[in-house]
Unconditional design. Structure first.
Length: 471
């Protein structure tokens, strides 16, 4: 048996999850879970990095105590955020959280004017939080940082550096920046110049998988630190259970809903640009044309104002059951509306959007939940339709993983709107992809393909068929 640890940080919680690999089966064990939250100080948003690092160490210590043979660990996080460092790795600027709207004026200029050339260089769509815009804001607000910053690591790279002392960024996380060249595996000189980011600061991207070194924290030295795909979505897509001969659209649905497919080539057409496709990379540098859609964040942020957030599985079940009985709303939410991105109050933002479109505002909790879930489902199905049109190929199935895969109403409505089978897997995709990379790097698993096929054999998927169509 080989035991490895995934340090899986999400925007609302972090986990240290162990993977025990034995005879082609992976068993997961969560040894530590902790809350994460954006910290707002004086109107700006930050991550509490010291607290997160402390929790990571606590999790690793618990893991090692229980499994003295723990072989390795790897870190994955959300995309785009960075640590600005001096040559020794000392932080020279606080770490902003991606929802901070400090990038607003730069974002507007990107969408209104510069996107065609930026998309042609990088293949990445415009999100207000792209690293490109964050660094543009930082370096224009503080030009003196040009003298001080010597290295830039994305957050998974920064945590791995704290653990191992080795600085590295993998291709998956670097690709979320909108600063990497779509036709290569390095940063784009044009994009760096365009956004005013000095060349040579971002630590160059590399294929994931390298052993960075032993852990350098006291008591943990036996554990190796491995450069996994740093981007959680990259991990999730690398872990999708695969079935030979099926063309799948993958959806990793959590805070965000990321809908995309694996490909050797990016989608760079005008249409791809217009609908906001991002050609992010997997850890091995292959592409993942993706639509970045609002996910369960929409529900999580609304629940406090419509009766509270369920705290047990039974309460969640009740919430979903009552939404199932609620009628389908006449008007669904436009989930691409930026006003839903980070509003002061989500319920009010939803009501406002509906009022502006002369639509009815829901009158009770179940009607809100139905509206939100059905709008997310329609958005997910829309991504499938657009990808089919753009590639000229149809998808056989939608494979769903992540928190949203447990929500049967979301899965069923996605199948209804998309008109194809949705197979949901109760799979902690982000952690599993992280663990998979470690197992491949350690030589415990021969290849990614074998890993994914083993998952497919091991995991029972639940199928949802479009209503009115026989399986
Ligand atoms: C999901 C995710 C998405 C990215 C968003 C912001 O956790 O990584 O892929 O678009 O966070 O970084």
């Amino acid at each position: 048996m080989t035991t490895t640890a995934a340090i899986d940080l999400g925007a609302t919680s972090g986990r240290v999850i162990l993977g025990h690999w034995d005879q082609n089966r992976l068993e997961l064990e969560e040894v530590h879970r902790f809350p994460n939250q954006i910290q707002t100080l004086g109107g700006y948003d930050y991550w509490n990095i010291p607290a997160l690092y402390g929790e990571i160490l606590t999790g690793l210590r618990k893991a090692l105590e229980k499994y003295p043979d723990l072989a390795s660990c790897g870190v994955n996080t959300w995309g785009v955020d960075t640590a600005l460092l001096d040559r020794q790795g000392r932080l020279v600027f606080p770490i902003h959280a991606y929802r901070d709207n400090r990038t607003e004026p730069f974002y507007r200029q990107l969408v209104e004017k510069d996107l065609p050339e930026v998309f042609a260089w990088t293949g990445i769509g415009p999100q207000p939080f792209n690293t490109s815009l964050q660094l543009q804001e930082t370096f224009s607000a503080y030009p003196a940082l040009r003298e001080v910053v010597k290295k830039i690591l994305f957050l998974p790279g920064y945590f791995s550096f704290l653990l191992s002392g080795e600085m590295a960024n993998d291709l998956s996380i670097a690709s979320t920046s909108q600063l990497m060249a779509v036709d290569g595996t390095d940063y784009s000189t044009e994009a760096l110049a365009h956004f005013g980011v000095p060349a040579g600061l971002l630590v160059e991207p590399e294929v994931s998988g390298r052993v960075l070194g032993p852990l350098r924290e006291p008591g943990l030295e036996k554990v190796k630190v491995i450069l996994t795909p740093g981007h959680d979505t990259g991990c999730a897509f690398s872990s999708m259970p695969s079935q030979a001969g099926k063309k799948d659209l993958y959806i990793s649905c959590g805070t965000w809903s990321l809908a995309g497919f694996l490909s050797d080539r990016p989608l760079l057409s005008d249409q791809a640009r217009e609908i906001g496709v991002s050609n992010e990379r997997n850890g091995d540098g292959t592409f993942r044309p993706t639509c970045i859609l609002l996910g369960l964040w929409l529900l999580e942020q609304t629940l406090p104002d419509i009766g509270g957030v369920p705290s047990t599985a039974a309460e969640w079940e009740e919430l979903v059951s009552e939404a199932e009985t609620s009628p389908s709303p006449e008007t669904l939410l436009d989930i691409t509306d930026n006003h839903l991105f980070n509003p002061a109050n989500m319920k009010e933002a939803i009501d406002e959007q509906l009022r502006q479109r002369n639509a009815q505002v829901p009158h009770d909790r179940k009607a809100y939940v139905r509206l939100i879930i059905e709008s997310l489902a329609q958005g997910q199905a829309g991504a499938l339709e657009k990808f089919s049109t753009m590639t000229g190929e149809s998808f056989d199935r939608v494979v769903m993983v992540g928190g949203g895969s447990k929500n049967r109403l979301l899965c069923q409505l996605t199948a209804d709107y998309a008109g194809v089978e949705v197979v949901s897997y109760e799979l902690e995709g982000t952690a599993v992809g992280n663990l998979g990379q470690q197992l491949v790097s350690l030589g415990a698993v021969e290849s990614w393909e074998i890993f994914r096929q083993s998952l497919n054999a091991q995991l029972p998927g639940v199928s949802y068929w479009p209503a009115r169509q026989a399986p």
